[in-house]
Design a protein around this ligand. Structure first.
Ligand SMILES: NC(=O)c1ccc[n+]([C@@H]2O[C@H](COP(=O)([O-])OP(=O)(O)OC[C@H]3O[C@@H](n4cnc5c(N)ncnc54)[C@H](OP(=O)(O)O)[C@@H]3O)[C@@H](O)[C@H]2O)c1
Length: 171
């Protein structure tokens, strides 16, 4: 586990890199990503993050990096066993949290369990079958929108009370 100073330095380097990468973004978008709170990472040891869809892929890597940096990380997974397995592999203070972003009951249950939260990362998502839009049926679009659009709204709203209690909220 890195020291608090190492963690702060590492996150500062990430911020500098993000600042560089988003140089050409519109001001409003940059502020959303890099907003004042993200500019300071001192004391990250006490921060709590939730990454949805963190049992594999990009979400798992994000969770791993946050756990490595000393944060407590809820590893969101719609499947309990896959979430537990991923949290075990991530290590640090990674905690499995069953969360299907398309299921209102699952979202509410997860929000009841994770009542302290500083960072929400809406990563869970699906894509189509690599077909062109004219070859996809409407059901596939519905599934994608349920996960990638309405799921993000449901999860964000469910965890807003916890984020609002945070001294340094970010999503
Ligand atoms: N990889 C890319 O090139 C790329 C490009 C653009 C955008 N993205 C977006 O980036 C995010 C991560 O991509 P990835 O490549 O890491 O995808 P991935 O490997 O397919 O992982 C997606 C994650 O989302 C989870 N998930 C799917 N539906 C869910 C639901 N209803 N509730 C909760 N979790 C759910 C999956 O869980 P299960 O294991 O249970 O399926 C998995 O953990 C996605 O939102 C994706 O759309 C990726």
């Amino acid at each position: 586990m890195p020291s608090g100073q190492e963690t702060a330095d590492r996150l500062r380097r990430v911020t500098v890199r993000l600042t560089d990468l988003t140089r050409d973004w519109p001001e409003r978008s940059r502020n959303l990503l890099l907003g004042g709170r993200l500019g300071s990472f001192d004391g990250v040891d006490n921060l709590v993050a939730l990454v949805t869809g963190a049992n594999k892929g990009i979400g798992k890597e994000i969770a791993r990096q946050l756990a490595d940096a000393g944060l407590t990380v809820y590893v969101g997974s719609r499947d309990a066993a896959r979430g537990e397995h991923a949290a075990g592999e991530i290590g640090g203070d990674a905690r499995p949290l069953v969360l299907d972003v398309t299921d209102d009951v699952s979202v509410a249950d997860a929000a009841r369990q994770a009542t302290t939260l500083d960072i929400l990362i809406n990563n869970a998502g699906i894509s189509g079958d690599d077909k062109t839009p004219d070859q996809e049926d409407a059901g596939t679009f519905r599934r994608i929108y349920e996960t990638n659009v309405f799921g993000v709204v449901a999860v964000t709203n469910a965890f807003l009370p916890a984020l609002r209690r945070s001294a340094r909220p970010a999503s």
